[in-house]
Design a protein around this ligand. Structure first.
Ligand code: PMV
Length: 337
């Protein structure tokens, strides 16, 4: 038994989910089911804020849901699967949204679509704000919201929790592993190498790798081994165990892309300068383990006491690079209205 929705609005704030062990490749492309297990940390200090208004479709004058990022309307086709999945979830929870549209406006305090996981924080904030605006509030289980966010972007499934989260290969929703207080002196230095949007979307790049990289099969086989190593490092809060797994994961992910035909290269000269700097820092006995995503930015895992020294050396390696020091972030929050 479902009841008709009523007008409402809500605002949600979510943080990006930075993968230490990477998801790259899908078992199912429409449903965004990951082919590799990923283990991620939620980043404090990087925020996406999304405001959603629900309004009756006849009164709207609009032919569809609307999503704006930094005031710019987005192609709604990109969001169709997400909104379909959300309407199904609402209906399962007794609310009929078939005659209602969502109008979402989103902005982040960091660049979008530049390899800083804005799609993770974006879809996590969107699903939570949609739930608030539809009057679902706390009713659906976080795992259900995670499953809807996944349809938008699989990494977003992880951003529904703070702390450390995992998304298994073949999974529909992510799961919390450790909360934000688990590793108080862990820091992540986010180095913004370039601001512009990425050259190719992660969605297209993943598919191209799956279809055209001879290393893809090896990547799939290897990813669960790295996942287990990283879990052991996280469990023991030991960067000398976690760090090497983090490094292997991103290096092997990019190896599949470099070997794809045509090759996919997100790296820029500045990215390589920072990778080399991290190697030298480690050579001096300081734990500094870098990772990268679908873009040129470099993120470095380290301990609080070494943050200043590492930041100085990254600045020397790439003068003028913008650095943000992040701690482990909390869960997204919802504000009604
Ligand atoms: O969820 P997407 O489509 O933004 O892809 C994320 C891919 C990586 O950031 C490279 C890895 C990950 O697990 O977040």
């Amino acid at each position: 038994m479902t009841t008709e929705a009523v007008s409402g609005s809500a605002t949600a704030v979510a943080h990006p989910s930075l993968a230490m062990i990477k998801y790259w490749g899908k078992q199912d492309t429409t449903e965004n089911i990951p082919a590799t297990p990923s283990l991620a940390v939620t980043l404090d200090g990087l925020d996406t804020t999304t405001h959603v208004v629900l309004y009756p479709s006849e009164a709207s004058g609009s032919p569809s849901d609307i999503v704006k990022i930094d005031g710019v309307s987005q192609p709604i086709q990109r969001y169709k699967g997400f909104f379909d999945a959300f309407r199904r979830l609402a209906s399962e929870n007794g609310i009929d949204l078939t005659r209602w549209w969502f109008m979402a406006e989103s902005s982040s305090n960091f660049p979008s679509a530049a390899g800083l996981a804005s799609s993770a924080s974006g879809f996590a904030a969107l699903v939570l704000a949609c739930a608030g605006a539809s009057g679902l509030g706390d009713v659906p289980d976080t795992r259900d919201l995670s499953a809807v966010a996944r349809v938008g972007s699989a990494s977003a499934a992880r951003s529904l929790w703070g702390g450390f989260t995992q998304l298994n290969a073949g999974a529909k929703s992510a799961a919390p592993v450790k909360d934000a207080s688990w590793w108080p002196n862990l820091r992540i230095i986010v180095a913004e190498v370039e601001k512009g949007p990425k050259s190719i979307s992660s969605r297209m790049a993943m598919e191209s790798t799956r279809l055209h990289s001879p290393y893809y099969k090896a990547w799939l086989e290897d990813s669960s081994i790295l996942f287990r190593q990283a879990m052991a490092g996280l469990e023991s809060r030991d960067l000398s165990i976690l760090g090497p797994a983090i490094r292997k994961s991103y290096m092997r992910m990019f190896a599949t892309m470099f070997a794809s035909d045509p090759p996919i290269v997100y790296w820029k000269p500045g990215s390589l300068s920072l990778i080399n700097a991290c190697e030298k820092i480690r050579g001096d006995g300081i734990q500094a383990w870098e990772t990268m995503d679908a873009g040129p930015q470099v993120k470095v895992f380290c301990l609080d006491e070494n943050t200043e020294a590492i930041s100085r050396r990254l600045q020397m390696a790439l003068p003028g690079v913008n650095l943000r020091i992040c701690t482990v972030g909390g869960a997204p929050v919802l504000r009604n209205g």
